[in-house]
Write a protein that binds this ligand. Structure first.
Ligand code: GLN
Ligand code: ZN
Length: 758
């Protein structure tokens, strides 16, 4: 069996691409220098795969920002407002990704959305009525040729036409059908070009096929591929799916003239069943996703071999593949010097997964697999017990009663009580929590970590920053203040470090969007809180102001979703363990005089199953209770806020309401405030702060712009339920844009407030 991967991370083992791109944004690096660094990274990544004996090495999995955006640009899906800026290729590309504010104009970034059920975010292409889809770009071909010049014949990867059309936003009156001829022509040309360049296989990524598909979707799929494939000639086309099974279109897919089909045997609950039930054509190659592309745990070879035994019965060629792109896992364990071998031997990052593929290749090729040392060692690893359980945590979870999940009194009662005690102005202004993480803030943390400063010095510095931040917010005139989160590297890692049960890595970064990376902690054991985590800083911040200081916590579902979870207990059990720990912190803050507590569930929607039929049974039925458990013990007079990093929750709005928070803030600016209409229609009870400007872009919103957004929201939102805030935390921004943006926000709120006074 040969080996393949679907895609490889691109940001660099030490985040070289991130730093280079940011230096380019700052004008420190030229375009040519940035491109040189990118080429070097691509070369290194290809070579790593060669060293690990990977047979199908992807190209065009590289991106300066996002592959979806790359595909849009490739086929001329560039909205007019960006073309009108008349920028060069790369600058236009980044304008779409991040917005542009400069001599050529002022345009916001395109919307960004979660990539299926991951913490990666893609840029949403916009197809306008007069968009002329045609193959205009050269990136995939350039990168294929670049590898070829290095002597590596790669398997180019391009987002498939179906997924592209499903994820793109149609801004005018036209629908996918209106663009289908041009799409087909463009993709046929892509195939032809690759064939001419000497590609043997071309991979079209179609993760959208694992979603619930309608009859129309299936017609669209058949139409697209019967046409594209009719022009393919001798080039071999691999249809690659991932993040689930393709139960709605399996029979269509195997009937189409693909040369290879990539299926996910990890997240695809029904994949094996589909293959058994409907067979797999012996004239096609099955790219079997048996090595998990998302988790960080070692592959269980015995289990994998059992799947492969089943697949062998189909009689066709099998290629050992990852279940999805390795973009979603860190690079390598080699850079983890402080984790002990005891733990590390259970881990597998991207490079170790390459080794696993190579091991499996060796084992499957052997007549005496049981004698292969790698196999013997793997069996031993999985036989040994791994976790050290904490009986008291497990007992606390198993003794939870339904009553523990209900907050008293009920929402409307609390609303009345809170209105009276808080006495906030109409349209209260606030922020989501973090303030800019300047170089000195980061230096303080790293100096402390490296032992260059004492704990006392470290805390003193943070307190100084908190004092500055409180003073700044008072000066700007915000109503509900925050402490600024200067002690937090990351909203999940910070809590992971304070809680028991987590492990940490040094360099295990994973790209979240663009140049942003996260370093998820690893859940190793049972989780508990042995000390307070935020109380000192928050109480100190509150002591500096007469305004309300929000306590700032991360919720259990987000902590879980942004960590690498255990696989030996259920996610539900793990979420409840975390919930109980955060609950203690909430009660501790309340006992120390904090009246408003925000519990961020930034990532709540992230792990929502891709298929609707699984939403409740597999996820919401424990995720929402986990959140309720965190705050059900507080008094009526304590106001609970939550925050979410997206606004696509119209379809789970009832569940969001069931979280029973008093106030919810969320992203709304990039997606055009569409959610407001839904909230209104559904009579959403929770007070809302739909973000009035986009913090993922360095643009400064004007007062008029924010005012207009507020007036628009007020058409559909009762005035007593509306809060005014940016759409997310400010940590990735600089002070230069943050201060004027917040000043404009406060001005806008005041002006609108004045216009509302009777
Ligand atoms: N309180 C966090 C912050 O402001 C929330 C971040 C997030 O939603 N991703 O940074
Ligand atoms: Zn957010």
């Amino acid at each position: 069996m040969k080996t393949a991967i679907i895609g490889y991370p691109r940001i660099g083992t030490l985040r070289e691409l991130k730093f280079a791109t940011e230096r380019y944004f700052d004008g420190v690096l030229s375009k040519a220098e940035l491109q040189d660094i990118a080429a070097l990274l691509r070369k290194t990544h290809w070579q790593t795969q060669i060293e690990n004996d990977i047979d199908f090495i992807p190209s065009n999995d590289f991106s300066f920002y996002d592959n979806m955006l790359d595909t849009a640009v490739l086929i001329n899906v560039v909205p007019k407002r960006y073309r009108d800026l008349r920028l060069d290729y790369l600058a236009e590309y980044f304008a779409m990704a991040r917005g542009y504010q400069g001599v050529n104009g002022d345009v916001k970034a395109l919307a960004m959305k979660k990539w299926f059920n991951t913490n990666y975010h893609y840029i949403v292409p916009e197809i306008e009525d007069d968009t002329e889809i045609s193959l205009v770009g050269t990136k995939p071909f350039d990168e294929f040729s670049e590898a070829k010049d290095l002597g590596i014949v790669t398997k180019p990867v391009v987002t498939g036409a179906f997924t592209f059309l499903k994820l793109a936003k149609f801004t005018g009156n036209k629908t996918p059908d209106d663009f289908i001829i041009n799409i087909i022509t463009s993709y046929s040309e892509i195939l032809k070009k690759f064939k001419d360049l000497g590609a043997e296989w071309i991979q079209f990524d179609e993760p959208a096929l694992v979603m619930d598909l309608t009859a129309d979707d299936i017609v669209l799929l058949n139409k697209i591929y019967s046409e594209i494939l009719s022009a393919k000639g001798s080039a071999k086309v691999l249809l690659q799916t991932y993040f689930g099974d393709i139960r709605d279109c399996y029979q269509d897919v195997i009937s189409l003239p693909f040369d290879g089909i990539g299926l996910d045997f990890i997240e695809g609950k029904k994949t094996l069943e589909l293959v058994k039930q409907f067979g797999f054509p012996a004239d096609k190659t099955l790219f079997a996703g048996v090595v998990n592309g998302k988790n960080i745990w070692r592959n269980n070879y015995s289990r994998t071999l059992r799947i492969l035994d089943e697949l062998r019965k189909t009689g066709g060629d099998i290629v050992l593949n990852t279940s999805c792109s390795l973009l979603l896992v860190p690079y390598t364990l080699k850079n983890e010097s402080s984790l002990s071998e005891e733990y590390k031997k259970h881990f597998s990052f991207a490079d170790e997964k390459l080794t696993e593929l190579a091991d499996l290749k060796k084992i499957t090729a052997s007549n005496t697999p049981a004698e292969i040392p790698e196999y013997i060692e793997n069996i031993r690893l999985f036989k040994a017990s791994r976790f050290c359980p904490d009986a008291s945590v497990q007992a606390a979870v198993s003794s939870l009663s339904p009553e523990g999940f209900i907050r008293h009194p009920a929402f409307y009662e609390r609303e009345k009580i809170q209105k009276a005690v808080f006495n906030l102005p109409l349209l209260p202004t606030t922020t989501i929590g973090s303030f800019p993480q300047t170089a000195e803030v980061k230096a303080n943390r790293s100096n402390f970590k490296n032992g260059k400063i004492t704990l006392k010095q470290y805390i003193e510095f943070n307190k100084e920053k908190i004092a500055e931040c409180v003073a700044l917010q008072e000066k700007i005139g915000l109503d509900v203040l925050v402490h600024g989160e200067f002690e937090r590297n990351d909203m999940v890692e910070y809590f992971g470090e304070c809680l028991d049960g987590f492990l940490f890595t040094e360099k295990a970064w994973v790209q979240s969007y663009g140049t942003r990376c996260v370093k998820p902690p690893v859940i190793w054991g049972d989780i508990s809180r042995s000390k307070s985590m935020t109380v000192d800083y928050i109480v100190y911040a509150q002591s500096l102001t007469r305004k309300y200081m929000k306590g700032m916590l991360t919720g259990p579902v987000t902590i879980l979703n942004w960590s690498f979870p255990r696989e030996d207990i259920t996610l539900k059990e793990c979420a409840f363990q975390i919930a109980l720990a955060i609950r203690q912190e909430v009660l501790d803050l309340e006992a120390n005089g904090i009246k408003i507590i925000q519990i961020d569930e930034a990532a709540l929607r992230e792990k929502l199953p891709l298929r609707k039929s699984d939403w409740h049974s597999e996820y919401l039925d424990w995720a929402i209770p986990a959140f309720r458990l965190v705050h059900s013990g507080v008094k009526a007079q304590t106001q609970i806020h939550t925050h979410m990093c997206y606004s696509e929750f119209s379809d789970i709005i009832g569940d969001i309401g069931d979280m029973d928070a008093d106030v919810i803030t969320f992203e709304a600016s990039r997606s055009g405030h569409a959610i407001i209409n839904v909230l209104n229609r559904r009579g959403f009870k929770t007070a809302v702060g739909p973000g009035v400007y986009d913090v993922h872009s360095p643009r400064i919103p004007s007062t008029a712009e924010i005012k207009a957004a507020l007036l628009k929201m007020l058409e559909k939102t009762p005035r007593e339920k509306l809060w005014v805030n940016p759409d997310c935390g400010l940590k990735t921004r600089g002070n230069a844009e943050t201060v004027p943006s917040l000043e404009n926000l406060v001005d806008a709120a005041r002006e609108v407030r004045r216009s509302l006074q009777p």
